[in-house]
Ligand binder design. Sequence first.
Ligand code: ASP
Length: 346
Amino acid sequence: MTSTNGKAAILIIYTGGTIGMKDSGSGLVPFDFSNIPDEVPELRKFDLKIDACTFDPLIDSSDVEPSMWKELAERIKHEYDNYDGFVVLHGTDTMAYSASALSFMLDNLTKPVVFTGSQLPVGSLRTDGKENLVSAIEVAAAKDADGHALVPEVTIYFNSQLLRGNRATKVNSTAFDAFRSPNFPPLAEAGIDIRYQRNLIRYPSSFGAQLTVHTGLDTRVAILKVHPGITGQVARNVLLGDGIRAVIIETYGSGNAISKPWFVNIVKEAAEQGKILLNITQCLAGDVNMNLYATGKALKDAGVVSGGDITTESGLGKLFYLMGEYSDNEKVKALLAENLKGEISK
Ligand code: ASP
């Protein structure tokens, strides 16, 4: 039991990003999160125990690295029995990457891990950060009648929507409505109350399960975005590059790429070298179907694996995780086709 004096306990982990900034008079600086209720007095109204801890150094999320995901996963593991839920404050730029990676790294999750952030610092007048933070805490603390977490998943709460972390993508650099989950509906929407879609939320087979953390990520992945005018040299450098174990090929439409023999032959050569080749569509929504057009079929025949309707952010995290777990590329390819954490429709 994690509750103290009957109150649920939430740990806020501040990693950096705009949300935790305030105007120092000479620019934005991160504020001291140990005094978070002073900055966000609304938090005092919660009947919860709310603690906060801070990453050192705090980062603009554009600087996020897998080592930080490991630190985050290990910190959650370390504090797991002390809290009912976790809120991760994170810059928006790479939030979907981090939430995706964590969804694979945290196994047997029975408690909420809610990522949030904001477009305007929480210390600025028109901030979206307060609502995001307050609602993210509410989601992290939400329980059903049996005392189990309502959303025991890695999620992103932003602008009134709760999205599955490994389905989300940042779509707007300036609007408050910055994230979308194009291929899966929101897990909850906040209006005058928060409406949870319990039929969409993933629940563990047992709430007594032990959290397992996978931190052995293998990052030898490259991303090749096909485009008109792509040269053989570029395709070769990426697909046949040294030190690259897997390539995400970002294709057109339903998984189509250049059907000319020069391109297909490079893809074939990469597959023959044993490389893991994952096909993800450049489209915001929809999925890869390599049986639809001859251009997609050529990739399939060459040994490319379909990413289905996975996002690139999620595909990257899934590859890092699977390659860290398995040295056998065939095993990785087989598991890429499986729905592990709700990241693909299947
Ligand atoms: N560049 C910032 C970051 O991702 C933007 C933000 O915080 O939203 O850390």
